[in-house]
Design a protein around this ligand. Structure first.
Ligand code: S3P
Ligand code: PEP
Length: 398
């Protein structure tokens, strides 16, 4: 029976926000920073004054640095990334920044990176922008907001997606001593020249924790896994995992800075329905868990998945399909029918998407499988395979 402890790296979302805030306010110290590629490119990008900033696959770095450089007088950069990054839209953010007075132009395709950003002093303080494509555009504006002479007022248009990530941004602003409000579809951030000295401790990454929830759900009753460092009151929306995995027989209890996952029941519902508009990054984990458990699921609120590291809906359909799963997708939902059959010796393609590799790995408890380009995990969780080995998973390099 598995009983083990895993220490997971810091949240990449919290890390990349705090790195930007630290660049604006050097009185901030950060602990438990993520060791991910995405945090690494963010940290390096912030140090560049002129020239090319290559953020590889990191969506948050792309969006947050666009806002940062747009507001930095005397800096001029070209922001670029991987081939996929040149296909991930940025127009909503660029339009909002231009409305505030920024000087940004497209190098190749209108609406997509690479972009040239000439830093300017931004003095306008009101802008409205669509909120249904990516919350990262909103977080990017909020992160530079307290450093703007007149603060910022955002009017969000349409249905707001990935709301917990916006609240995370406002939560971190509050932790460093910045005042803001979020009422209806209006967010206001007050200007602040300096902030008091503080040490901000990044909570470990809940999206990374999802793969261990999946493992525990697929193990025998009695399995226990402790994950650190986590808090009951998290800024990360993916902490909703603790609720969701109850349906898969996994109980969560909270210790001081850790969570204990316990498989307590083998009885599970035969079909579940979940709206993941607030937690898009755990969609892959959940559908793979369901498949491993023989449960059906209907996942909605997945409209952002097509513009992530890959088109995650198509990738899931193809790869789960290879394993024999009865899976159907639309451009915003996914349906998996209950089934007991899992094909053997399938090689899972990962499409430069860390979450494809990590979400499928737990299925090794149910069948033999290969994960192609397994090193993609470094985008958010470089030690993933090492940590699986510590749980006695056999991880072989091909
Ligand atoms: O702000 C953030 O840190 C993130 C917001 C989400 O993106 P969207 O708002 O584009 O859904 C999420 O998928 C991404 O992994 C991280
Ligand atoms: C979508 C993700 O990241 P990003 O948008 O920051 O590249 C993710 O980590 O699942």
């Amino acid at each position: 029976m598995l009983k083990a402890t895993v220490k997971i790296t810091g949240s990449k979302s919290e890390s990349n926000r705090l790195l930007l805030l630290q660049a604006l306010y050097p009185t901030i110290a950060i602990e438990n920073l993520s060791n991910s590629d995405d945090a690494d490119v963010m940290e390096k990008g912030l140090q560049i004054e002129n020239g090319i900033v290559d953020i590889h696959h990191a969506g948050t770095a792309m969006r947050f640095l666009t806002a940062y450089f747009a507001s930095q007088e005397n800096k001029e950069v070209i922001l670029t990334g991987s081939k996929r990054m040149t296909e991930r839209p940025i127009k909503v953010l660029v339009d909002a920044l231009k409305e505030l007075g920024a000087d940004i132009s497209y190098e190749n395709n209108e609406g997509y990176p690479p972009i040239k950003v000439k830093g300017k002093k931004l003095v306008k303080n009101k802008v409205s922008l669509p909120a249904n494509i990516s919350s990262q555009y909103i977080s990017a504006l909020l992160l530079i907001a307290p450093n703007l002479e007149n603060g910022l007022e955002l009017e969000l248009i349409g249905e707001i997606t990935s709301v917990p990530y916006i609240k995370m941004t406002l939560g971190l602003l509050s932790q460093i001593g910045v005042e803001s409000s979020f009422e209806g579809n209006t967010i206001k951030v007050l200007p602040q020249e300096t902030v008091p000295s503080s040490t901000q401790v990044v909570e470990s990454d809940w999206s990374s924790a999802s793969y261990f929830y999946s493992i525990v759900s697929l193990c025998d009753v009695g399995t226990e896994l402790t994950l650190s460092s986590y808090n009951k009151n998290s800024l990360q929306g993916d902490s909703v995992l603790a609720e969701i995995y109850k349906d898969f027989g996994v109980e969560t209890s909270y210790g001081e800075h850790e969570v204990l996952l316990r498989k307590i029941a083998s009885e599970t519902n035969k079909e579940i329905e979940i709206d993941l508009a607030n937690a898009p990054d755990i969609a892959q984990t959940i559908v793979v868990s369901c498949f491993g458990l023989g449960i059906g699921c209907h996942l909605t609120g997945l409209h952002t998945l097509k513009i992530k590291e890959t088109d995650r809906l198509e990738a899931l359909k193809t790869e789960l399909g290879k394993l024999g799963a009865p899976i159907y997708v639309t451009d915003k939902s996914l349906t998996l029918k209950p089934s007991d059959q899992i094909n053997k010796d399938v090689a899972i393609d990962t499409y430069n998407d860390h979450r494809m590799a990590m979400a499928f790995a737990p299925l090794a408890l149910k069948t033999s499988l290969f994960i192609n380009d397994a090193e993609v995990v470094s985008k958010s969780y470089p030690d993933f395979w090492k940590d699986l080995e510590s749980l006695k998973f056999q991880v072989k390099n091909s």
